[in-house]
Design a protein around this ligand. Structure first.
Ligand code: MTE
Ligand code: MO
Length: 433
């Protein structure tokens, strides 16, 4: 097997703050193991709750139907939460937290677990005072209330959203010991809203219209330029996610969806659309969200999130607890369309076998995959490699670094490697670079 470079080995090269995270990361992993043993420890004390006895919770009446007007998960699932890294940004308002991918099944992210990325905190907007303004190269500038927008014909669609910076810290080597942190800037929900083209057509575009500026109502006033072709294709003005209204942190009451494209363009708290004939070159498409190459030049407008995948079980947070049959679980996605195939390797990329794709497989949406395997306590290097319907194959790190250099942050879709140790613990490692 190729020789792995463990995340821990890079400790000396990374700043103190990251080092302290690695410690927390390790603590967290053993914490999840402890949670598992808890059940066994208390098992002895609670023997009278085991079959054939009638357990405590089956004797009294349960809680009433009035006790939970808005339901929350079982208290036994309290570890299933978004997590953040305090050192990752200068302030807590302009920061990020991560989706606990390793705790989720299927392809839908529950609303309360969708990672958050804000540049100026999440505003609290009363919907009756919110307006969407549409101006610029249009026949009729328009101002919409939320009720106006909800009168248009609507659609519901499933999409993933991935921050372009997902995995950014992993660019030059294995850094963070947890798939929540290495891959958790992605979520996938079913949105409901009005196609952007419907609203643009309502205003009427002038013949020189080429670009749309989308602007947020947060204190960061996030602005991004979107080419008209994309705006008229599959962009959606969404007011609902997973059947209920958007959560405040996801852009309540209105957010723009730019399916398959980097999360930064999905303007939350959307308050204005301006139609223009050229891009605006805002901060978020010049100083940020551009990719610095080896020759000192930067790529701009790298919108599409290319095919990517990650094994969520096993992973650093999901060690192997028993030998024998194992169900490998993972997620794959492509901003171009559907996932056509996912291969998995147990020997660091020497041999590959096709994974089983779970239904549904939808375009620009997370796809769940599984593989059946057996572990007898040996060391394993586990990888997954996604391919989309256009034949694009997720790259290995040496190829990615060759093409993009070592200074990049955004658009890291390299193949992730997990090292399974004989103890069953799992670490984040980097092969061959
Ligand atoms: N108005 C506004 N929209 C925004 C942002 C923001 O800070 N303000 N952050 C962007 C970034 S960088 C990302 S990755 C996504 C994150 O969406 P989420 O918080 O729903 O995960 O929202 C985008 N839209
Ligand atoms: Mo982002």
């Amino acid at each position: 097997m190729p020789k792995p470079v463990n995340a821990d080995i890079t400790r000396s090269e990374i700043p103190l703050s990251r080092r302290s995270f690695l410690k927390t990361g390790t603590a967290m992993v053993s914490g999840s193991l402890a949670a598992h043993t808890l059940h066994q420890v208390t098992g002895a004390e609670a023997a009278e709750n085991l079959p054939p006895n009638v357990p405590d919770w089956s004797r009294p009446l349960g809680t009433s139907v009035d006790d939970r007007p808005y339901g929350t998960p079982s208290p036994y699932e309290s570890q299933v939460v978004r997590r953040s890294l305090p050192w990752i940004t200068a302030t807590r308002e302009s920061s990020v937290n991560f989706t606990p991918l390793h705790e989720l099944d299927g392809i839908i992210t529950p609303n309360g677990l969708c990672f958050e990325r804000h540049h100026g905190g999440a505003p609290d907007i009363p919907p009756h005072e919110h307006r969407l303004m549409l101006n610029g190269l249009v026949d009729r500038p328009l101002l919409f209330t939320m009720d106006d927008l909800k009168r248009f014909p609507c659609e519901s669609r499933f999409y993933f959203l991935e921050c372009a910076a997902n995995g950014g810290l992993e660019w030059f080597g294995a850094q963070l010991n947890g798939c929540q942190y290495t891959h958790g800037m992605v979520h996938c929900v079913q949105y409901t809203g009005v196609p952007l083209k419907t609203v643009l057509n309502e205003a009427g575009l002038t013949s020189n219209a080429k670009w749309i500026l989308a602007e947020g109502a947060d204190s960061a006033s996030m602005t991004r330029s979107i080419p008209l072709e994309k705006a008229m294709d599959d962009c959606l003005l969404a007011y609902s996610m997973n059947g209920e209204r958007l959560r405040p942190e996801q852009g309540y009451p209105l957010r723009l969806l730019v399916p398959g494209w980097e999360g930064n363009m999905w303007i939350k708290w959307l308050r204005r659309l301006e139609v223009g004939d050229q891009p605006w070159h805002s901060r978020e498409e010049t100083a940020r969200y551009t990719d610095l190459l080896e020759n000192g030049k930067a790529r701009q407008f790298t919108w599409i999130m290319e095919a990517k995948s990650v094994v969520t079980h096993p992973s650093p947070e999901k060690p192997l607890l028993q030998k024998g049959f194992q169900q490998l679980k993972g997620l794959a996605w492509s901003g171009r369309g559907k996932i056509a195939r996912v291969d998995v390797s147990f020997d660091g990329g020497i041999n590959w076998q096709p994974a089983r794709l779970d239904e549904p497989v939808l375009p620009k949406c997370l796809t769940r995959f599984y593989a059946d395997w057996t572990w007898n306590g040996e060391e394993r290097l586990i990888q997954s490699r996604a391919m989309d319907e256009f034949g694009y194959v997720q790259p290995e790190y040496p190829d990615l670094l060759k093409a993009r250099g070592i200074h990049s942050i955004y658009h890291n879709n390299g193949i992730q490697t997990w090292l399974v140790n004989p103890s069953g613990e799992v670490g984040n490692v980097r092969l061959g670079s």
